[in-house]
Design a protein around this ligand. Structure first.
Ligand SMILES: Nc1nc2c(ncn2[C@@H]2O[C@H](COP(=O)(O)OP(=O)(O)OP(=O)(O)O)[C@@H](O)[C@H]2O)c(=O)[nH]1
Length: 870
């Protein structure tokens, strides 16, 4: 804070009147000074040109708002006979006009030239201000000197849009109704969502049908279910033996059985559930080809109940693996900012109980300890799932009126009540009218229900409310998006979410579609139109691009669209030729890493890899080719190769002997390219991690280092040094540079300089080793994971609080960390000054090996000090 100006240092804009420090600070736009003076209790309204007038004349809106909030008088006239409203309308300072109107400022008041605020805004072409004045109830017919109304003034100065607006308001006589529509009401706005996820054929669609069935239709559903079942309950022993030989035993196959109609894409429907009301239900197909778009729809919300469905006919191992997959899938797709109030509950639902030997108790509930065992095993494997419901709902999904469905409905009712109060004051008449108008609009846009945001804004004003400001419409879009009525993405608005889920995603990612696309996955707009002539190619391509399913690239002056998701080109032989003379010489540089997901997080990279390929393409267009280096990118199914004149980088999706997926990045360059290789590899890894974070912001990744010796001799499956081994070695060693690790396959040792720095000791000056970095350098996903582990109170107190004490935080600071609505661990990690190494040591001493493991595995190995782009 700068020192307050003394009264002696006065200044006068007109040269005649001496200004007070507040007037001076307001005139000069010094907001800190203004705040300081207001807090010191200075007189606000010294005039005649008050601080408010002076700030407005210089367009310092933020200062004007500060003064208004502090209680400055807004009805005073200045030396030019202008009130603050006149100045704000002249300059189009919308926020100030809005605040003045909200404060009840007089609008029927003229300035020295007999102009009203409405005339001033009209004359200067400030349409938004005119709307605001009209919404605040100003008189549309006020006339100035020569009997001239504001619409005539607008015409005179060429602002036809304003003239038209004023004309329409007058002609329709709807002005007051429009204005009332913009005022928030006390009607609560709760539109619950249910997300239903699970493998193919587990019973998601059946469950949704039963949830929405009335009493009458439920009779038909039950008989339907009996017909659809091929077999009846078998003994547990039989079923175990049977299951051991079924294909479903391989837990993570995502194929659907041909005996029922599998959901295409994402079915979104509105159900009116008795006692609960409107619920938007999202049926996410269990077919794997659709997974790459699910992250767009799985953001956490307190109004969402997520059901993870599994089939009790599957073996316990399969059940656990499937449930773990889905829970990880959901959790890794959570948004960056974490707040406990963002989440609804996750509930496990076990179906096909009628096909087991389970029985019902006297309340009509199925007694099925196996289902609970699955939940307990999952809780052990993933101990940090926020809001996982402690019991499993066990059901025959085809029997609607049964106890499990009553249970589910009562959960929805509780969720609704939990949310009711939070939403008071959000619902508006504008929302009501827009909902009715949307029904009409969807009919008009039946073929392709997608609009540009700009068109939507204009249409809202033309068809719903002439007075809606940009802020009103922005808020409206947010509400409609959250309600599942529309879907906003980039500059597009999809006005039918069910069309988006079924017709677009369900069609363009379906197996039938994928079997007919071009193997290269590359189309021009004309090719695309010719192949899929039922769609408007340009509109569809723009939407698919917004969904990050394709990227535009220019090839020889022609625009092409690359769809990594369609690319079915096989890996070519010779991509990593061991005979290439450039990389055979002594001193040629080799290096590489494998990125793994955290343990128990299987099979998540398949749906992420096409997004990584899009990111690699984008980087090739924008970054990699910047420094006179032509960079070529070749992409095929689950692989990419990036080549500069000298370097080669191979990026592939693979799976190790433990069935854990990894993304492998190998790089090689001729001798004396160590620095180039080092920086290029880091750039590529950054790009890949950006692609991962785009889809899975909550995914914790581990960086394992490939054996350089084995890369050099083109060993088919080189050993990779696990990240926790590298980190432990760094923690235990006195000098990081002297670390040498043993390759457990070849039994040879490799130095850290060789593994990480391409054997170039000079590079040490350009990095800081990981354990010495401050904890703030941990990735957001790692911090989130730690928060989930350490936030819940622990029986021996070995949680964030004890950690804070161990890290030397003073009790007063600890008190500031404590909070009920956001994560204490996150705040502790932001406050503490400790290093990653110290954090690991303290967690270990605290006996929290679960948390220390997370850091050991996923802490950065090093950070580049002076990042030189190559
Ligand atoms: N006996 C019995 N059959 C069920 C149950 N739930 C679903 N089914 C049957 O299992 C088959 C598949 O059910 P769906 O509900 O379509 O499966 P889904 O999970 O939506 O599958 P995808 O759409 O492929 O993701 C259908 O024939 C259902 O009738 C259940 O609880 N008991």
């Amino acid at each position: 804070m700068s020192a307050p100006l003394s009264r002696a240092s006065s200044y006068s804009p007109s040269g005649s009147i001496e200004l007070t420090p507040l007037q001076l600070a307001a005139h000069c736009g010094n907001i800190q000074e203004v705040r300081y003076l207001i807090d010191s209790g200075v007189e606000l309204d010294n005039g005649p040109d008050t601080a408010l007038h002076l700030a407005l004349r210089k367009h310092h809106s933020a200062i004007a708002l500060l003064l208004l909030e502090a209680g400055a008088n807004f009805e005073l006239k200045d030396t030019h006979e202008d009130c603050p409203i006149h100045i704000a309308c002249t300059f189009g300072l919308l926020n100030v006009v809005h605040t003045l109107c909200a404060l009840g400022c007089r609008l029927e008041i003229t300035n020295s030239r007999d102009l009203y605020p409405l005339h001033l805004a009209a004359k200067n072409g400030h349409t938004h201000v005119v709307r605001c004045l009209c919404a605040a109830g100003c008189n549309l017919d006020v006339r100035y000197a020569d009997n001239i109304r504001a619409d005539i003034t607008a015409l005179k100065y060429g602002h036809n849009e304003i003239a038209e607006l004023l004309d329409k308001l007058r002609a329709t006589g709807q002005r007051d109704a429009y204005a009332r529509q913009l005022v928030p009401t006390s009607k609560p706005y709760v539109r619950l969502s249910v997300h239903v996820l699970g493998h193919c054929g587990v019973g998601k669609t059946s469950l949704i049908k039963s949830l929405g069935a009335g009493l009458f239709s439920s009779l038909f559903r039950r008989s339907g279910s009996l017909q659809s079942n091929k077999s009846r309950p078998s003994s547990p022993i039989n079923s175990q033996i049977e299951m051991d030989i079924t294909s479903r035993q391989n837990s993570l196959t995502f194929e659907s059985a041909a005996t029922y109609e599998s959901t295409k894409g994402i079915q979104v429907q509105n159900l009116d559930i008795s006692n609960v009301g409107d619920v938007v239900v999202w049926d996410f197909s269990g077919q794997e080809n659709y997974f790459p778009v699910y992250h767009h729809f799985l953001r956490p919300s307190p109004q969402t109940l997520t059901l993870v469905v599994f089939n009790l006919e599957d073996s316990p191992v399969v059940q656990v693996k499937q449930v773990c997959f889905w829970i990880n899938f959901i959790m890794t797709r959570e948004a960056h900012e974490w707040s406990s109030s963002d989440f609804g509950q996750i509930v496990l639902v076990a179906t096909h109980v009628d096909m087991t030997r389970a029985i019902k108790n006297q309340h009509g509930e199925w007694v099925c300890p196996d289902a609970q065992t699955t939940l307990e095993t999952v809780e052990k494997l993933i101990p940090d799932v926020p809001y996982l419901h402690p019991t499993v709902i066990v059901m025959d999904s085809n029997v609607p009126a049964s106890q499990p469905f009553k249970h589910l409905k009562s959960m929805l009712l509780t969720l609704k009540h939990d949310n009711l109060e939070k939403t008071i004051g959000v619902w508006t008449g504008l929302l009501d009218s827009t909902l009715s108008w949307l029904i009409q609009l969807r009919k008009e846009y039946e073929q392709f229900p997608v609009m540009y945001k700009k068109t939507f804004y204009d249409s809202i004003r033309t068809n719903v409310n002439l007075l809606a400001s940009d802020n009103h419409i922005q808020e409206l879009l947010h509400q409609l998006h959250n309600m599942g009525e529309i879907y906003c993405i980039n500059r597009l608005i999809v006005i039918s979410v069910s069309w988006l889920g079924v017709q677009l995603i369900g069609e363009f990612l379906s197996s039938e579609f994928l079997s007919n696309v071009r193997a290269t996955g590359v189309y021009t707009a004309d090719d695309f139109q010719a192949c899929f002539n039922q769609f408007d190619a340009l509109g569809t391509l723009e939407l698919l691009e917004a969904l990050e399913l394709c990227i535009q690239c220019e090839v020889d002056g022609e625009i092409e669209y690359e769809f990594p998701i369609y690319n079915q080109t096989e890996t070519l032989s010779g991509l990593w030729d061991s005979g290439d003379p450039r990389y055979r010489t002594t001193g040629a540089c080799y290096g590489g890493v494998r990125l793994y997901a955290s343990p128990n997080c299987h099979h998540l990279f398949t749906s992420v890899f096409p997004h990584i390929q899009i990111e690699l393409r984008r980087a090739t267009i924008e970054n990699f080719s910047n420094n006179d280096n032509d960079t070529d990118l070749y992409q095929w199914y689950h692989g990419s190769k990036l080549c500069t004149i000298t370097l080669e980088t191979l990026i592939t999706l693979g799976e190790d002997e433990r069935s854990s997926q990894f993304i492998e990045i190998k790089i090689r360059g001729p001798r004396q390219t160590s620095q180039y290789c080092f920086y290029f590899l880091e750039n590529v890894i950054d790009t890949i991690l950006q692609g991962v974070a785009h889809v899975c912001p909550g995914l914790v990744t581990e960086r394992h280092i490939l054996s350089v010796q084995q890369l050099r001799i083109h060993c088919k499956d080189p050993y990779s040094y696990p990240s926790d081994i590298l980190c432990t070695a760094m923690l235990e060693s006195e000098s990081t540079l002297e670390i040498a690790l043993q390759n457990t396959e070849s039994e040879k040792f490799e130095s850290i300089v060789m593994l990480v720095l391409f054997d170039d000791v000079d590079l040490v000056n350009n990095i800081h080793w990981g354990c010495a970095l401050k904890v703030q350098n941990l990735s957001i996903a790692v911090k989130l994971k730690l928060a989930r582990l350490l936030d819940p109170p622990e029986s021996h107190g070995r949680d964030w609080c004890l950690l804070a004490l161990r890290l030397g935080l003073e009790p007063e600071k600890i008190a500031t960390v404590e909070s009920h609505d956001s994560s204490c661990t996150m705040r502790l990690l932001a406050l503490t000054d400790c290093t990653i190494g110290a954090l690991i040591a303290n967690l270990q001493e605290l006996g929290r090996n679960d948390a220390s493991e997370v850091v050991l595995r996923s802490a950065p190995l090093f950070k580049i000090v002076d990042h030189v782009t190559v």
